[in-house]
Design a protein around this ligand. Structure first.
Ligand SMILES: Cc1ncc(COP(=O)(O)O)c(C=O)c1O
Length: 407
């Protein structure tokens, strides 16, 4: 039994208090935000708002301190060596675009190879493809197993002496399967390649220890982790970040600049051009403290219980096919399914009529849907604050869909 008291926790969320009939099962798209996070952002703007790094007056120094303290909170959450390994961005997509652009400039030349898996979200595929096109490099695709797993032994077969980068998801947003990043990183490193991990789905749903997994870069978004939209993170090993050129250029990312020369700031600041999202960073730090207070292990346990509950009931409904494995431990809160003969948009619309929010389509993973030979699916994605009653309502509504559609 998990130690999380869901009834109590739901009181922390205005959206749940105001919408008692809503079953929000679209957490992989974005999470809801507890009051303490919204309060922290408001308090920052009420008490500490000035442009960080710019002013030599008290308020600007307070804003800088709040922003830099948030960086420390993120570093400690990921067990990074230091806060200098944490770059703030807008979201996982920007973190991955930064990685692809900058690593492309640094190390990819004509004829070099980048390995990307077929199961990537577009945000961890398109930046690499655009970079490969610019640098005249080649993309090689790593296939996933039927349960969604990316296996180190399959990666090994794709590696050549031209492979410079391996970009893989830490957890698929369609299967919910977590990958063994440590094993994948070991293969990449054996071939002197860099491993870039997309942690957008994994970081909110389990312990992340960057020293343990050994990925060189890891991206995630705050908004899937109870924080506001518009703040994201790129973790990077300091010695790699130091070598990487900036992605965006502009204010507050230089040591000095003249008409002849530019000397960039040290990492992470050289990657944070322009006015930063200090309020978002403060919100992210507060969200991390909320999660840490609950205990990430307790969150994992609670989400495992919910996933088992949902999978067990949904798979008993006639005409339902679950995408991926039958085992709850391979899903981590993500239950993607098809209803025989019914388009996912109809499934989602019928569920919406019952006040149940899920996602339908290809979930920004169109190549993966082509790979598994299914054009689109419906996805219910759970978070620790969901309840068994919500799942019951969801399963009951799904059970009625084929009848409603005349099957
Ligand atoms: C696996 C994965 N990677 C990347 C992203 C992109 O995140 P964002 O839209 O916050 O940049 C998502 C969003 O759904 C995702 O699920």
């Amino acid at each position: 039994m998990s130690l999380i008291d869901v009834k109590e926790i739901r009181k922390d969320f205005a959206l749940f208090r105001d919408n008692p009939n809503l079953a929000y099962l679209d957490n992989s798209a974005t999470s809801q935000k507890p009051d303490c996070v919204l309060d922290a952002v408001r308090e920052f703007y009420e008490k500490e708002n000035a442009n960080p790094f710019r002013g030599i007056y008290d308020l600007s120094e307070k804003a800088t301190a709040a922003y830099e303290s948030a960086r420390k909170t993120v570093a400690s959450f990921l067990n990074a060596q230091s806060e200098k390994e944490i770059v703030f961005t807008r979201n996982a997509s920007e973190s991955l675009n930064l990685s692809a652009f900058s690593l492309g400039e640094l190390m990819v030349g004509e004829g070099d190879e980048v390995v990307v898996s077929v199961s990537e979200h577009h945000s961890n595929m398109l930046p690499w493809r655009a970079m490969a096109e610019r640098r005249h490099a080649k993309i090689r695709y790593l296939n996933c197993r039927p349960d969604g797993e990316l296996r180190a032994e399959d990666l090994e077969k794709l590696m050549t002496d031209r492979t410079k980068i391996v970009a893989v998801t830490a957890m698929s947003n369609v299967f919910g399967k977590k990958n063994d990043l440590k094993a994948l990183a070991a293969v990449a490193h054996k071939h002197n390649a860099i491993l870039v991990a997309d942690g957008a789905q994994s970081v909110p749903h389990g312990k992340t220890d960057v020293r343990e997994t050994d990925a060189d870069l890891l991206a995630f978004s705050g908004h899937k982790l109870l924080a506001p939209m518009g703040i994201g993170v790129l973790y990077g090993k300091k010695r790699l970040l130091d070598r990487m050129p900036p992605f965006l250029t502009g204010g507050e990312m230089i040591e000095r600049v003249s008409t002849e020369e530019i000397v960039y700031s040290e990492a992470p600041h050289k990657f944070e051009a322009g006015t930063v999202n200090a309020g978002g960073a403060v919100g992210l730090a507060r969200a991390i403290r909320y999660i840490t207070d609950l205990g990430i292990e307790n969150i994992e346990e609670r989400e495992k219980e919910l996933t088992e509950y949902a999978l067990e009931r949904l798979s008993r409904v006639p005409g339902i096919t679950i995408v991926g494995s039958e085992r709850a431990e391979d899903h981590n809160g993500i239950v993607t399914f098809r209803v025989q003969n019914v388009h996912p948009h109809d499934v989602s619309a019928i569920l919406a009529e019952n006040d149940i929010a899920v996602r339908a389509g290809h979930h920004c993973a169109e190549p993966l849907h082509r790979f598994i030979g299914i054009p689109s699916t419906t996805r219910a994605s759970l978070m620790f604050y969901n309840t068994e009653e919500e799942i019951d309502r969801f399963v009951t509504a799904v059970s009625g869909i084929r009848g409603l559609m005349g099957y």
